[in-house]
Design a protein around this ligand. Structure first.
Ligand code: HEM
Length: 168
């Protein structure tokens, strides 16, 4: 049983999981031979990729990171001197309604269209972005594939201690 009572769990539990489960079940149905997940199957999980991104937007693993100014510059009237540390508040960017409408809603379809540059920073951006992003995504896809195909997710009644998800 998975038991959490924070907002993100509730938000994820309310999203329409049907296309998500369907994508993973279809992989097995369409398989011509063998029983193991293949490289091309992992690379053909478009909806899962969006669910991963949306999860990282809502529950950002690295909530803020910093950069050091390599030269003096000015942005929006603020003068920044060479050598200063600039801290990026990723959680605020991910929850800014001007960047992501209705930001508290868990909605993987946000990633249907290309986003504004530097708006999604789940793996960072630029030359220092996560060098193992693809490995991490691969591992998550493999985990989700087994979770969906070997278990049934049952959302239980909300209790005073929060929403619970049962693995059946
Ligand atoms: C869900 C899994 C992961 C997430 C969300 C994640 C996220 C991030 C983020 C946000 C950064 C900072 C990027 C920036 O400053 O612009 C980062 C850096 C980094 N990540 Fe990951 N990461 C994940 C998995 C991994 C894995 C599996 C590895 C290694 C096997 C890894 C290795 C690194 C390294 C070495 C850096 C530092 C890169 C640098 O400073 O040049 N990450 N990651």
């Amino acid at each position: 049983m998975i038991k959490r009572n924070d907002d993100i769990t509730a938000s994820v539990a309310e999203f329409d999981a049907w296309p998500f489960e369907e994508e993973h079940r279809r992989i097995i149905e369409n398989r011509k031979s063998g029983t193991n997940l293949t490289w091309s199957e992992v690379n053909n999980m478009p909806y899962t990729a969006k669910v991963i991104s949306e999860t990282l937007r809502r529950a950002t693993i690295l909530p803020c990171f910093s950069r050091k100014a390599s030269q003096d510059f000015e942005i929006n009237g603020y003068k920044v001197r060479k050598g200063w540390s600039i801290n990026l508040d990723v959680v605020s960017i991910h929850h800014d309604p001007e960047v992501f409408s209705n930001p508290e809603k868990f909605d993987p379809s946000r990633f249907d269209e290309p986003l504004r540059p530097f708006s999604f920073l789940g793996f960072g951006s630029g030359p220092r972005m996560c060098p193992r992003m693809n490995l991490a995504k691969l591992e998550i896809c493999v985990f989700i594939y087994h979770l969906i195909n070997k278990y049934t997710l049952l959302i239980m009644e909300s209790t005073s201690s929060g929403r619970q998800i049962m693995l059946g």
